[in-house]
Design a protein around this ligand. Structure first.
Ligand code: ATP
Length: 351
């Protein structure tokens, strides 16, 4: 069931349009990530949903109610910011109880609720501590407990993990995901970290320059990028530019790709380094090049291969399963096979 509808939302700051008519719907219980580079408008969109910045144009509906111009206090959400934003002079207990006390709930009910939240976030005995006595990860857990204390219909997370060190980040990532699933709370998280979005979201909204480039599951975004921007932004990707011959074939060496395109049209081929293999002579479309560099990256060796006059090297992530690693040397000539069923073709202006 649709829980949130964002319909052609525009946000201008003076002459600058930070959101250029963004539309999407969020289903009840979904975990959505807004993902994109710095300045793409993801925080502006989150703030418009929270009512912290009002849209210049367009409409936002939550649970069937038009909230486009409603002030934050008349909306049903909890929010967690990157900077924890806890009250430093209040204990952990008081921070979590803050909203419940404003609701004038009976004291015993508040105590029970706060204790249950402290248990949920794995800090059952820390109610008496002050934020300054907690680690960054613990403070962010408290911020999360405070955000869900009033059981809001919507949880908004604005880069909640980016101030934490890598180990804590990965741990908290899993905890937030588990909690979100348990509570079934519709959640929107802003992040610029593609791995975080892939690991946490049911669906990812990839944004660029105030517009949505693609909305899809992590698998769709990774394996079927809709635009070269999405392909470039998510993980490593090889790009190779090719022009079709008079028969509408894209030739790679002696072979042609098994796809028919408009004669003379220009295309950008894109495929993942981890799906690139060394080609056996004469077996199919392949790129011939010379190894420029080999880097040992633990699970695989990344070969950077210079191909013809192509400006960027082609990357191949090779493992001992694929080839005899002992025989690879910088300067050596090799042939790379493209994973045909996983090679994307972008044509026209995009190429
Ligand atoms: P980041 O990850 O860096 O926070 P973002 O994708 O969240 O990036 P936004 O914060 O949404 O980006 O900003 C989008 C654009 O709008 C940026 O170019 C930013 O400079 C501009 N912008 C945001 N808030 C304001 C404001 N209050 N006044 C003027 N311009 C603003």
């Amino acid at each position: 069931m649709t829980y949130l509808t964002i319909d052609t939302v525009v946000k201008s700051f003076g002459d600058f349009r930070a959101l250029k008519g963004v539309s999407l719907t969020v289903e009840e219980g979904e975990f959505i990530c807004f993902l994109g580079p710095s300045g793409c408008g993801k925080t502006t969109l989150l703030r418009a949903i929270a009512g912290l910045d009002l849209p210049t144009d367009g409409r936002i509906e939550q649970a069937g109610r038009d909230i486009t111009l409603a002030p934050p206090e008349q909306r049903d959400f909890g929010i967690v910011f990157q900077s924890y934003a806890l009250f430093p002079n209040l204990s952990v207990y008081q921070n979590i109880a803050f909203g419940l006390e404003n609701m004038r709930l009976p004291k015993a009910e508040i105590q029970e609720r706060v204790q249950s939240l402290l248990d949920t976030i794995g800090l059952p005995d820390s109610g008496h501590k002050y934020p300054g006595q907690l680690s960054g990860g613990q403070q962010q857990r408290v911020a999360l407990a405070r955000a869900i204390a009033l059981s809001p219909g919507l949880l908004l997370l604005d880069e909640p993990l980016s101030a934490l060190d890598a180990r804590v980040r990965i741990q908290l990532r899993a905890e937030i995901k588990r909690l979100q699933k348990e509570l079934g709370i519709t959640t929107i998280m802003v992040t610029h970290d593609q791995e975080e979005a892939l690991a946490m979201a049911n669906r990812i909204v990839v944004m660029n320059h105030g517009e949505i480039e693609q909305i899809g599951t992590p698998e769709q975004i990774y394996y079927q990028p809709a635009t070269p921007f999405v392909a470039r932004f998510i993980g490593a990707m090889n790009f190779y530019s090719a022009v079709a011959d008079e028969q509408g074939r894209l030739r790679l060496g002696e072979h042609a790709l098994p796809r028919q395109v408009a004669p003379g049209s220009r295309h950008l081929l894109a495929w993942r380094p981890e799906l690139t293999r060394l080609a056996d002579a004469g077996q199919g479309p392949a790129l011939r090049g010379r190894i420029r560099e080999l880097s040992f990256l633990g699970a695989f060796v990344r070969a950077e291969v210079t191909v013809d006059s192509h400006p960027e090297p082609i990357l191949a992530d090779l493992s001992p399963r694929d080839c005899n690693m002992e025989q690879l040397r910088p300067g050596q000539e090799i042939s790379l096979a493209l994973p045909l069923e996983h090679t994307h073709l972008f044509c026209g202006a995009n190429a």
